[in-house]
Design a protein around this ligand. Structure first.
Ligand SMILES: NC(=O)c1ccc[n+]([C@@H]2O[C@H](COP(=O)([O-])OP(=O)(O)OC[C@H]3O[C@@H](n4cnc5c(N)ncnc54)[C@H](OP(=O)(O)O)[C@@H]3O)[C@@H](O)[C@H]2O)c1
Length: 337
């Protein structure tokens, strides 16, 4: 296979981002774009010379589609992903994998029987700054990792069709929708499983319609002794520019990145302070190029379904701990992953 015929499911925020990224992949052709409303599908489809559809079932059953890129609200992921896999499509699925571990497990079981590739779009791993941090940590530039602090702050995602984000049954809450980026990334960075999560949310959301709140903090204790602190949410004003920030503490060095005021990374060791410039490649494009390569060259995607399951588990554990005000031990379910 040297050409990829694509269906993009979702013409909202991420549908647009993914469609643009696929145009950078040689041999990829967007055949059809789905949105619940035909008019919205048509607007994006016209931009890429694709057909428009308002039936995702019709789209995933088409014989001229090899790859289904699912950019739909999280509560739809399980049904659409399973149907696409049963139709023998390669599937790129936006994060989070699902809204519950039961749903996530069903997807994993279906994927085990499929002969196609599936990857959950945990994009942070592909952002040049974050992949550079991973490579610095892996080469031992910081010695042994002691702790990681990450922040991610945003206004409420008002673009969401019918504001599905505000409802934790539909989005999994801001932990599963937003802070999951850091949960997945940190687990990958420290190369260990978490054993305990202690989390809290603010008692009242800034945006009154969001349930159960829109800001919180989670402490994660990993099996190898690393302690992580992840903080953030959707509580910022509309004028706020989305920001992310990470600090990695090691026995021999400290590394810091802040999306607001620095593109370089700062690496502090006993000997020097180094400014590292990872470049300006677009993370989403790198992520999609990677998935295309996995299909075309029969490689395993860098983000496995177990990775996506574990990231979701951390998010749900943070929510559970926030609601119960108790520490939560992992794993949440006794299943073989
Ligand atoms: N990786 C990242 O950085 C990132 C960023 C944002 C979101 N995401 C993830 O990407 C996925 C999609 O998010 P998004 O922001 O693109 O969503 P969105 O803007 O709300 O778009 C949702 C799309 O799904 C369609 N849809 C079909 N049935 C729907 C229903 N019952 N309710 C609502 N929409 C329905 C919408 O159609 P109509 O508009 O025609 O109704 C629209 O095309 C989510 O899983 C989200 O967590 C990832």
């Amino acid at each position: 296979m040297s050409e990829l015929n694509l269906a993009i499911l979702g013409a909202g925020y991420m549908g647009g981002v993914h469609a643009l990224s696929w145009t950078k992949v040689p041999g990829a052709k967007i055949k059809v774009i789905y949105s619940r409303t035909k008019e919205k599908a048509e607007i994006l489809a016209k931009k890429y010379g694709a057909e428009a559809s308002s039936s995702w079932r019709e789209v995933v059953s088409r014989n001229d589609v090899d790859v289904v890129d699912i950019c739909l609200p999280t509560f739809m992921h399980k049904e659409v992903c399973i149907e696409s896999l049963k139709r023998e499509k390669h599937v790129l699925l936006e994060k989070p994998l699902a809204t519950s571990l039961e749903e996530a497990y069903e997807i994993m079981k279906t994927a085990e029987k499929a002969r196609t590739k599936v990857m959950v779009a945990h994009c942070l791993r592909f952002f040049p700054v974050y992949s550079k941090i991973k490579s610095e940590v892996s080469r031992g530039a910081l010695g042994e990792i002691i702790s990681v602090r990450a922040m991610r702050s945003s206004t409420f995602p008002t673009w969401g069709s019918n504001a599905w984000f505000k409802d934790p049954e539909k989005s999994g809450s801001f932990f599963a929708d937003l802070l999951i980026h850091d949960f997945d990334y940190i687990r990958w960075l420290v190369d260990a499983e978490a054993k305990k999560v202690v989390a809290r949310i603010t008692p009242k959301p800034v945006w009154a319609f969001v349930r159960p709140s829109d800001y919180g903090v989670a402490k994660i204790f990993f099996e190898n002794g690393v302690i992580a602190h992840v903080e953030g949410g959707w509580a910022m004003p509309k004028t706020w520019l989305f920001t992310m920030h990470i600090e990695v503490y090691g026995s021999e060095g400290y590394l810091e990145y802040n999306s607001v005021d620095s593109n370089p990374l700062f690496l502090y060791t006993e000997r020097s302070i180094e400014l590292i410039k990872p470049g300006h490649l677009v993370g989403y494009e790198l992520e999609i190029a990677h998935f295309a390569e996995c299909i075309l060259k029969d490689k395993e995607p860098m983000v496995s379904l177990v990775d996506a399951y574990k990231a979701l588990e951390l998010s749900l554990a943070a929510l559970k701990s926030s609601l119960s005000r108790e520490p939560v031990s992992l794993p949440l379910r006794k299943v073989k992953t």
